[in-house]
Each structure stands twice: as structure tokens, then as C-alpha cells.
Design a protein around this ligand. Structure first.
Ligand code: ZN
Length: 244
């Protein structure tokens, strides 16, 4: 087992020599911005106990269609944190890109904080709570256009849908293809703040063909053994060290 300093130096060399790095991030990236991971044990318990259904049901397409009031009550309470700011993890990635490196971000998060930090190439695999659309007339809205409580309606009268991928809904195929292309042409993969249990993240990393794979997560993941460097540590702290 190498010491932390030796491994950091080696990773930094790999980063320096890379034409493009790809970051695949999950909920752990945004917890530092005050956005709770609803898949954490506390989050899951909260959903089940308060609403009487598991979160997979609450956040499903059918539930949204059948119970928009309850869906939006939970959604505004747990999925949207208006005023949340990017934290040091988002900023480390954005600043590395600003410094002239090619950085691609694939995120499972729906909070828009990578873009707020300044990242330009972001694939939002599960959509964004910043965007809304009318299933009836197609009109588009942003989070800033809406009051974050109650059921939001279009000017035509229909109930608006968040542009997030609910359970039972397909992912954006074109976006996935583009993300896979970017993965294939990256030399370093950094996975952070995810236990790689959630589709499609777990499958996506199989498309990476570059030389260096790094994972940063507080807890061990079932796929740690596939990575060259494993940090069970704070994501912001490690990203700042690697990308400074
Ligand atoms: Zn409409």
C-alpha cells in the first residue's frame, strides 16, 4: 500500500499528461452544498415514514401523474434547495477547466451546481431541477420562474413537469451516447461521491479506455478494486489536492 503523498504525486503526473479528464460524480459531490443525499438511510426512512411509500415510488413517473400534489410537496421539500451554492469540489473541477485543461463532467445530480461553478461541459444524466416543461403545450420554464411550493402550472393550465428523469422514464439516449464518446476519449477517469450503485453510472465507467482510474468516496464501493487509486476521504479535499 502506497502512502497518500506518493499516490497523489503519481495522480498529478497522470493529470498533467492527460488530454482530457472525465469526472463522474454523484450525491456526495453536493452534500457539501447542503443538498442531502435522499438515498442515504436517513433520507429513505424519511420518505417511507412521512409518505408511506418508498422513494422509488414517490419519484416515479406514475406517482407524478397520479399524485402531483404529494409529488411536488416532497419534491420542493427534498429535491430542490434554492440558493444552494457550489462547494470546493465543484469549484476545483471548474477552475481546472478554466486553467486550460479539458474537463468533462458527468453528473447524477440534478442541482445545476457544476454549471454555477463555471464548468462548461456537463452532462446531467438525470436532468435538472432548474428546468421545467409543459407536457401539454411544450412551453419551457426555469426554476426562477416558479414559486417553490405547491403544484406549478403552465400558462395554458397544465401541470408542469420537472426536467428530471423519474423512475420509469428513459434516460436521454442522445446525451448518453455523447457522454460515452467523451469517456472513450478521456485519459483519466475520476469517480467521486457515488457508490456506483445507480444506473447508468455503474455501466458508464465500463466505456472508459484511458490509463488512470481514480475513485473518491467516503465509504468503500463494490467496485473499488477496479480503480488504480482509491481515496476514502472527503471529495472536496482530495479534488482540491489533485487539481491544484
Ligand atoms: Zn402549457
Amino acid at each position: 500500500m502506497e502512502g497518500m503523498e506518493t499516490s497523489l504525486a503519481k495522480v498529478k503526473t497522470a493529470l498533467r499528461n492527460a488530454n482530457q479528464i472525465v469526472f463522474l460524480g454523484g450525491a456526495g459531490v453536493s452534500t457539501g452544498s447542503g443538498i442531502p443525499d435522499f438515498r442515504s438511510p436517513e433520507g429513505l426512512y424519511h420518505v417511507q415514514s412521512k409518505y408511506g411509500v418508498p422513494y422509488e415510488v414517490m419519484l416515479s413517473h406514475d406517482y407524478f401523474e397520479e399524485h402531483p400534489e404529494t409529488f411536488y410537496e416532497f419534491y420542493w421539500e427534498s429535491m430542490v434547495k434554492k440558493g444552494a451554492k457550489p462547494n470546493a469540489a465543484h469549484l476545483a473541477l471548474a477552475n481546472y477547466e478554466k486553467a486550460g485543461h479539458r474537463v468533462v463532467v458527468l453528473t447524477q445530480n440534478i442541482d445545476g451546481l457544476h454549471q454555477d461553478a463555471g464548468s462548461k461541459r456537463v452532462y446531467e444524466l438525470h436532468g435538472s431541477t432548474r428546468r421545467y416543461f409543459c407536457p401539454s403545450c411544450g412551453k419551457k420554464y426555469t426554476l426562477d420562474d416558479l414559486e417553490p411550493h405547491g403544484v406549478p402550472h403552465c400558462s395554458c393550465g397544465a401541470i408542469l413537469k420537472p426536467d428530471v428523469v423519474l423512475y420509469g422514464e428513459p434516460l436521454d439516449e442522445a446525451m448518453l451516447m455523447a457522454a460515452v464518446d467523451d469517456l472513450r476519449y478521456s485519459d483519466v477517469l475520476i469517480v467521486g461521491g457515488t457508490s456506483l450503485n445507480v444506473y447508468p453510472a455503474a455501466g458508464l465507467i465500463d466505456y472508459f479506455m484511458g490509463g488512470t482510474k481514480i475513485i473518491i468516496n467516503k465509504e468503500a464501493t463494490p467496485r473499488d478494486n477496479e480503480f488504480d487509486y482509491v481515496y476514502h476521504d472527503d471529495i472536496a479535499k482530495i479534488l482540491q489536492e489533485l487539481l491544484s
